[in-house]
Design a binder for this molecule. Structure first.
Ligand SMILES: [Zn+2]
Length: 209
């Protein structure tokens, strides 16, 4: 598949000192979805194979406010720890991916419906006429190519994400699990992700339905 490249005029780099050490940041405006995204880079992944990589979908409630009903915040933190410990890797933070791409307002609608009706994360979206997963990983593929990453070890439990990235031209050589602790607040969500969306979550104790 021929893919668009990032326009250098829409990319800016700097260093970012964090509690986990200093990362190189690559902020970019994607030529297709027009959102501004961010990659955090540790070490020097250019020209390397099997680069430890997390492609993280924005979740304001989980990432910023530590919501317990999803595991996004735990996964973001754990992925950054893993990459920082390893010394080389990339975290791509994709904006516009709220609620698997439906946006924050509709995500809040699905959450209210889940709480009021008992529907799970999949059925609450379809009941509202919303797509179950509208995310596009093109921006992640474009920034990984910009960084000259040759292939990745992808931090995810989601085989679909690995396939989608591969389809976008980024070879995913293996998947590295990112198992957030199951809690009473997120058990329903994790179970639905396992049973309805095919995520690999072997640590859940609830039997498969
Ligand atoms: Zn979340």
């Amino acid at each position: 598949m021929s893919e668009q490249s990032l326009d250098p005029a829409s990319v800016a780099e700097s260093e970012l000192a964090t509690a986990r050490g200093v990362f190189r940041t690559v902020a970019f405006r994607d030529p297709v979805d027009r959102n501004e995204h961010l990659a955090l880079v540790a070490g020097e992944p250019a020209g390397a194979d099997d680069v430890l990589t997390r492609v993280h979908s924005e979740c304001v409630t989980g990432d910023v406010f530590s919501a317990l009903r999803c595991e996004c915040g735990d996964q973001l933190s754990s992925a950054l720890d893993t990459i920082a410990d390893h010394g080389t890797g990339v975290l791509v933070y994709l904006r516009g991916h709220e609620g698997r791409g439906i946006g924050l307002v509709d995500k809040a609608r699905t959450i209210a419906l889940q709480d009021n009706s008992g529907l799970d994360t999949v059925d609450s979206a379809t009941a509202l006429g919303l797509p179950v997963d509208a995310r596009d990983y093109g921006p992640a593929a474009r920034v990984l190519r910009y960084l000259a990453v040759r292939s990745v070890r992808l931090l995810t439990n989601n085989p679909d994400k690995a396939r989608a990235l591969t389809a976008r031209g980024v070879p995913v050589r293996s998947r590295v699990p990112l198992l957030a602790p199951a809690r009473p607040e997120n058990l329903g969500y994790l179970t639905a992700k396992r049973d309805r969306l095919g995520h690999d979550l072997p640590h859940l104790r609830e039997p498969r339905v």
